[in-house]
Design a protein around this ligand. Structure first.
Ligand code: THU
Length: 137
């Protein structure tokens, strides 16, 4: 898997970030099961709670265009620190990815760390839990 390619896509997406309130620009790129890459940026709102994170922008683009499963996601935020996905985005990633999916946290295309989804969201609540609950009754 070409991590650098996905990171470069995320860096490009960060350029499009709409972050006039936090000034914290984030870009993300998802590699899907069919080889397609979708990108996203954070999109803020004067009503702060209506803000959408970069990761969810990219994932919702991918799913709405017919892709099914996230194989890898790259996230670029702050240039000085690795930006981890927020809790809501981890949950959304888990909806469309296996526990072994790759999460790339990058400062730039030469400085990044690679994690598995299960490392950053252990004990994820998924559709399996709903199945178990409905079978108990
Ligand atoms: N943000 C993301 O886009 N992704 C994350 O995982 C962390 C937070 C955005 C949301 C908001 O626009 C800004 O960063 C500050 O929280």
């Amino acid at each position: 898997m070409d991590y650098k390619k996905i990171i470069i896509e995320a860096l490009g997406a960060r350029e499009m970030a709409y972050a006039p309130y936090s000034k914290f620009k984030v870009g993300a790129a998802v590699l899907m099961e069919n080889g397609k890459i979708f990108t996203g940026c954070n999109i803020e709102n004067a009503s702060y709670g209506a803000t959408n994170c970069a990761e969810r922008t990219a994932i919702f683009k991918a799913i709405s265009e017919g892709s099914k499963e996230i194989k890898a996601i790259a996230i670029v935020g702050d240039v000085k620190n690795y930006t981890y996905p927020c809790g809501i985005c981890r949950q959304v990633i888990a909806e469309f990815a296996k526990a072994s999916a790759i999460v790339i946290l990058a400062k730039n295309e030469d400085d990044y760390i690679v994690k598995k989804l299960e490392e950053i969201l252990p004990g994820a609540f998924t559709s399996n839990d709903l199945d178990k609950a409905s079978k108990k009754q």
